[in-house]
Design a protein around this ligand. Structure first.
Ligand code: CA2
Length: 149
């Protein structure tokens, strides 16, 4: 069994409570339950975190360097601003999938650039909260194909 980190950036604690027309009705607790279910179906465990503080996200990426087999990350607003999160992800040698609930390319121009995409092995955007489940599946298959090498 491998450990997949699912990391969520600022304001995602409000998921399902505000702006449902953009982010849907599922809460972050619902997303966590979905991720746990899919990961356990695939024989993996997850560590699920959310923070409004950049340094906490960086610390979890460092922790994943020790015991993580992959990372699913929705950096939220830090996507478009954080070289520091990119630098941390660049030290992590296992699969990384970037998730956005909304289609960032259909939104304001400032959301079209992602620092994290410079490192991500794949990007999911605009599939709603279901995107997290696809991301877990992709990380799991990358873990398996890495094990076969
Ligand atoms: O679509 C996504 O998942 C985003 O990462 C969400 C970020 C936004 O800054 C990115 O451009 C795209 C914002 C997260 C805010 O989450 C909220 C959830 C519910 C209510 C209010 C904010």
């Amino acid at each position: 069994m491998s450990l997949i980190y699912v990391l969520n950036g600022p304001n995602l604690n409000l998921l399902g409570k505000r702006q449902p027309h953009i982010y849907g009705h599922e809460t972050l607790a619902d997303v966590e339950a979905d991720c746990r279910r899919v990961a356990s179906e695939l024989g993996h465990d997850i560590r699920f975190h959310q923070s409004n503080r950049e340094y906490e996200i960086i610390d979890w990426i460092h922790e994943a360097r020790e015991d993580g087999a992959g990372i699913v990350i929705n950096p939220a607003g830090f996507t478009h601003t954080s070289v520091a999160i990119l630098d941390a992800l660049n030290t992590f040698e296992q699969p990384v999938i970037e998730v956005h609930i909304s289609n960032v390319h259909k939104r304001e121009a400032f959301r079209h650039h992602s620092f994290v995409s410079h490192r991500a092995d794949g990007i999911i955007s605009g599939l709603g909260t279901e995107g997290y489940q696809f991301a877990i599946r992709r990380v799991a298959s990358l873990i398996t194909s890495g094990e076969k090498k």
